[in-house]
Design a protein around this ligand. Structure first.
Ligand code: LRH
Length: 493
């Protein structure tokens, strides 16, 4: 029989790719078909994504698969969270979607929580961490600005759902992506009508909630014509990239925490129920939807964004070096010389990331890192120490002991940071798979089409198919001292 392939579209906040995956003899094989940039577009005082360009890249990827005569049996899309597309009465997309990196929400969350609905009530209803770019606050900011597209929107589709709709014509609201909006009530499993009302929206403007792993439609005739493929089923995978990544953690039992490391670092645990209490609110942990009705209890940490943005600024010479070489140079610098809080608001989307980091060090009376290697060292030291801080809080919520931290995603390739993370948190780190989101996406398609059954079967196949690296913690005293320094410095801000 011809090999059956699942076609995964994996879109991150800086780049995207299409991948094909197949499960044969209990092992997963995958191949990247296309890779492309997903740049922010700044115009007219706003920052947008280009949804049409992303759609076009999916069409290109599908066309490539058709030309190779691959037997594609399903398609699934995962993307970053919170952002959405507005569709008008005429079933056309109204404008490109705003990006969560658009500063239009700055100050709006606080305004909403003071004037519209209390922090307590929003957290109690959603269990979602407060981040000013969550969909709820974006919608509020759009209303305050008199956004014309929103006032004419018939439908609101989160990004993976919007792309699924463009491919199939089917409107859905997949549960994991909806859980990033700060409008989903994890207890009812649905968007909360009262919260929607606070931004003058009605429940029927969103699709019905669909569980990850559901076949939601087939390629439209238009897409079939464009790509040369047939009427292939499209699966609502775990549409939120982090949910796909967590599904792909190659754990063998439940005693693990995860760090999905990409543009963001998402650190958390998988729990059977949402954890919504005073303490989880105080530490601003979130309860996002996982597969098989699990909860991803986690916290966003600013991740490789700092490094990626600096690297762009350093130009050709440094970029030519490659990641491994630059990271190795950073390791030659003095450890813990200058430390930052990676989650400081000044790093959200500064004009220059290197200047923002230098300003932070200046304002906290630390040596100012100058060279790319010094700046990288500062970023990696600080990230590892921030991981330690968040891990310390996380442990208090876990109902069973955590034996290991799984690092998945592109950031898991940074072997120095993996070791530093193990040192900082004091338990072993297992790194890999690097392509966590795409693998989780492929696995959910395999589940929807009958190729695998449970989350633990998926994880076993993944563990059997990929190479993983294990890092044991070292240098406890040095890391304890560095952590005290980190706490002192970050408290000043
Ligand atoms: C990571 C991510 C994260 C969200 C952010 C908007 O890609 O999906 O989980 O908080 O993007």
């Amino acid at each position: 029989m011809q090999q059956q392939y699942h076609f995964a579209v994996d879109l991150g906040a800086t780049s995207g790719r299409t991948i094909i995956g197949a499960i044969a003899d209990g092992k997963l094989q995958q191949e990247e078909l296309t890779r492309f940039d997903n740049p922010l577009i700044t115009t007219g005082g706003h920052v947008y994504w280009d949804i049409f360009a992303l759609y076009q890249e999916i069409i290109k990827g599908l066309t490539t698969a058709a030309k190779r005569q691959l037997n594609i049996v399903s398609i699934g899309i995962d993307t970053w969270g919170v952002d959405f597309v507005l569709v008008g009465e005429d079933d056309a997309i109204m404008r490109n979607p705003l990006s969560y990196r658009d500063p239009y929400t700055i100050g709006r969350m606080e305004e909403y929580l003071e004037q519209v609905c209390s922090r307590q009530q929003v957290y109690e209803t959603t269990g979602t961490q407060f981040m000013n770019f969550n969909s709820l606050f974006q919608l509020y900011a759009m209303r305050q600005e008199g956004n014309v597209a929103l006032s004419h929107a018939k439908k609101i589709l989160f990004i993976p759902d919007a792309l699924t709709w463009m491919l199939t014509g089917t409107n859905i609201c997949e549960r994991t992506i909806a859980s990033t909006s700060q409008m989903l009530n994890p207890r009812t499993g649905d968007l909360d009508p009262a919260l929607l009302e606070t931004v003058a929206l009605q429940r029927n403007q969103f699709g019905d909630i669909v569980e990850p792993g559901t076949i939601v439609g087939h390629l439209t005739e238009e897409v079939q014509h464009l790509t040369g493929l047939g009427s292939i089923p499209v699966v609502a995978v775990a549409g939120h990239d982090t949910a796909s990544a967590v599904a792909a953690v190659p754990a063998t039992d439940k005693h693990f925490a995860y760090l999905s490391s990409g543009t963001w670092s998402l650190m958390g645990i998988e729990t059977p129920e949402a954890i919504i209490n005073e303490q989880s609110q105080a530490y601003n942990f979130t309860n996002e939807g996982g597969i098989e009705h699990t909860t991803r209890f986690l916290k966003n940490i600013c991740g490789m964004w700092l490094y990626e943005r600096c690297r762009k600024e350093w130009g050709e010479e440094v970029r030519q070096m490659g990641h491994a070489q630059l990271q190795a140079l950073a390791m030659k610098e003095t450890p813990f010389r200058s430390l930052i809080n990676p989650d400081d608001t000044s790093f959200a989307n500064p004009t220059s990331m290197t200047t923002a980091i230098q300003d932070y060090c200046r304002n906290t009376n630390q040596p100012i890192p100058q060279t790319p290697a010094e700046i990288c060292r500062c970023i990696f030291d600080s990230l590892a120490l921030r991981y330690r801080q968040v891990f310390g809080w996380l442990k208090d919520f876990a109902t069973s002991p955590i034996h290991v931290l799984h690092i998945i995603g592109g950031g898991s390739l940074n072997k120095h940071l993996n070791q530093m993370t193990a040192n900082a948190i004091g338990i072993p780190v297992i790194a890999g798979p690097q392509e966590g989101t795409a693998i989780g996406n492929i696995m959910m398609q395999a589940q929807a089409t009958g190729g695998v059954t449970t989350i633990w079967e998926m994880r076993r196949i993944i563990a059997d198919s990929i190479e993983m690296q294990r890092y044991e913690p070292k240098d406890k005293d040095a890391w304890d001292a560095a952590y005290s320094k980190f706490l002192k410095i970050t408290k000043q801000q």
